[in-house]
Write a protein that binds this ligand. Structure first.
Ligand code: ADP
Ligand code: GN1
Ligand code: MG
Length: 364
């Protein structure tokens, strides 16, 4: 991929020095490019957006533009380090925050936030506290944002009912003869349908309010300061849409409080680490508790279970469909992801009461 050509679409100035691919994400293709200008290296993130996943990428960029402008206005008022607290997108000479390459590929770019770091897995509880504060602040900044101006970048993204129903259909077809590999996990999901869809049901019944949420709160989507590990900015904004506070809480726990990384094939290492859980709660719940309803607080812990069960379903669906959505690094990757998340859901189920008490403790 000629990243220099893409840089030219955004009229990045300076001498192109090279690029490095960042392989943490499962959906887009991400590169860090370096240019030499005014006697120093300047870095940018350049991404090719996955248009199989994001069918209307221009709408995604409009969402991101509005959300980042809203946050920028807030952090400018309060913080000296505003430049490092929100993403700054590159614009083409025509003023667009995206560009198409010659083959129709959809690209965007933004400034690299210097001296920042992300963690896939960390044993440092402070990292969990700060990730919680980062995502909590993000949700708080958007609490007065008009959700009606946002496009739904992926319809029914966290509609767990639809996710499960789709899985059951795909399993029925079993096009690749793979159901035999996931019998236990599939049966498990069938038997836990009510628990896995509990938040969906409460939303349908009007018991929980919709908010503007991030919806993909893996801890590698929050940048921390490399020296202090303090939260800087929330990134990966493609799925910012109306959602439940519990989704953002839950997905962060699913990823960050798993004792193992989400695709670790050593399943005996997969369990919910309650210390990491509590650390995240202390950052996230403490930051947003004043804006939550009693019902949201009482059901927040369910988000962790629901998001994990949803990912069992999503990874399994993709495995059964021949790996069309989540980039696999090896043929059985989505099977391993499915089983890993299944063991996590299984463990969380036993800990639900403890999980709820911890949230209640910090919501006081
Ligand atoms: P993906 O869709 O591939 O997950 P992300 O936008 O999350 O893409 O970026 C992948 C990684 O690149 C992040 O986890 C982070 O380490 C790094 N990164 C992304 N944006 C920035 C930025 N503006 N400044 C510094 N690092 C970044
Ligand atoms: C994808 O893009 P990335 O890697 O941050 C996915 C999330 C899943 C996650 C599982 C748009 O996130 O929903 O929870 O993988 N993003 C999309 O690791 O589907
Ligand atoms: Mg990411």
């Amino acid at each position: 991929m000629d990243l220099q050509k893409i840089g030219a679409l955004f009229a990045i100035e300076g001498e192109y020095k090279g690029c490095e691919q960042i392989k943490t994400g499962h959906i887009n293709q991400t590169y860090c490019v370096t240019y030499f200008r005014d006697g120093e290296d300047k870095k940018y993130i350049i991404q090719k957006v996955n248009t199989y996943v994001f069918k209307r990428p221009e709408e995604v960029m409009q969402n991101i533009d509005r959300v980042t402008e809203h946050i920028r206005a807030k952090v400018k008022e309060k913080e000296e380090t505003a430049k490092r607290n929100v993403l700054h997108f590159l614009h083409t000479p025509e003023g667009k925050n995206y560009a198409y390459d010659e083959e129709g590929g959809f690209w965007r770019g933004y400034r690299f936030i210097d001296n920042s770091i992300t963690y896939n897995l960390s044993d440092d509880l402070f990292v969990m506290v700060e990730a919680g504060k980062g995502f909590g602040a993000f949700q708080k900044h958007l609490s007065d944002f008009d959700a009606s101006v946002l496009y739904e970048s992926i319809p029914d993204f966290h509609n767990t009912k639809k996710r499960l129903e789709r899985l059951f259909e795909v399993a029925e077809k079993d096009e690749f003869n793979r159901v035999k590999d996931v019998r236990v996990e599939l049966e498990y999901l069938r038997s836990r349908y009510d628990l896995a869809t509990s938040l969906c049901t409460m939303l349908e019944n009007g018991e929980l309010p919709l908010r503007v949420t991030h919806n993909d709160t893996k801890c590698n989507n929050v940048l921390l300061d490399v020296d202090t590990n303090k939260a800087l900015a929330v990134i990966d904004l493609d799925t910012v849409m109306p959602g439940l506070a519990a989704y953002d809480f839950g997905d962060a726990i699913r990823f960050g409080a798993n004792n193992a990384i989400e695709d670790d094939p050593e399943y005996s290492k997969v369990f919910l680490d309650l210390n990491k859980y509590e650390a995240y709660v202390s950052g996230f719940v403490t930051t947003i508790k004043d804006s939550l309803t009693p019902k949201e607080i009482e059901t927040m812990h369910l988000g962790a279970y629901v998001m994990t069960a949803e990912l069992v379903a999503r990874f399994m669906t993709d495995y059964l469909e021949g790996d069309v959505y989540f980039k696999p690094a090896y043929p059985e990757h989505n099977l391993v992801r499915t089983k890993n998340q299944y063991w996590l859901a299984f463990d969380m189920e036993k800990k639900l009461d403890q999980m709820q008490s911890i949230v209640m403790k910090y919501a006081k």
